[in-house]
Ligand binder design. Structure first.
Ligand code: TYC
Length: 151
């Protein structure tokens, strides 16, 4: 919902010294407000939505952003050479798993080919994948870690 509020809009536009008509024109150009009838009635800003700072001419977007962030599974892949105890160590070190869960995930990977070490935001998942793969290389194990969008 839009309201006539505050001192700046979301793009940083300063509204002081701008006529009411100009404000509505700008808002219309950027698609922030519905078209308004020209030269009739009061300034064509939308109704006050009850926010506290509605006495100045700033447009503030108050609509809640409803989309939840995507989540990503971080997955360990099986191979024939990485020692089981190294995989359990990785699960403890990077994913804060403790036994018996760490061993259960390692065995799931060993038997099924892949297993989920955790589910994270994109940025955290990317970091975990990078750190685990680097750590495995440093220790000369072929263990591979990947990420995949959840759901
Ligand atoms: N398959 C490996 C072995 O037999 C163990 C292993 C488990 C490797 C999980 C990788 O992600 C992995 N030594």
């Amino acid at each position: 919902m839009w309201a006539a509020l505050g001192a700046q809009d979301m793009s940083g536009q300063i509204w002081s010294n701008v006529s009411e008509q100009d404000k509505t024109n700008v808002a219309t150009v950027v698609g922030a407000l519905p078209p308004v009838k020209s030269n009739s009635g009061p300034p064509a800003l939308p109704p006050d939505d009850g926010d506290a700072n509605s006495s100045t001419g700033t447009l503030t977007k108050t609509r809640p952003q409803v989309k939840e962030p995507s989540m990503f599974k971080v997955i360990l892949l099986n191979d024939d050479f990485t020692p089981m105890d190294f995989v359990v160590h990785v699960l403890r070190k990077f994913f804060h798993k403790v036994d018996p869960e760490a061993t259960a995930i390692m065995l799931q990977v060993h038997h099924q080919g892949a297993g989920v070490a955790g589910v994270f935001s994109h940025e955290i998942a990317e970091t975990k994948v990078y750190l685990v793969n680097e750590y495995s290389k440093q220790n000369q194990h072929p263990l591979k870690c990947i990420m995949e969008k959840d759901q």
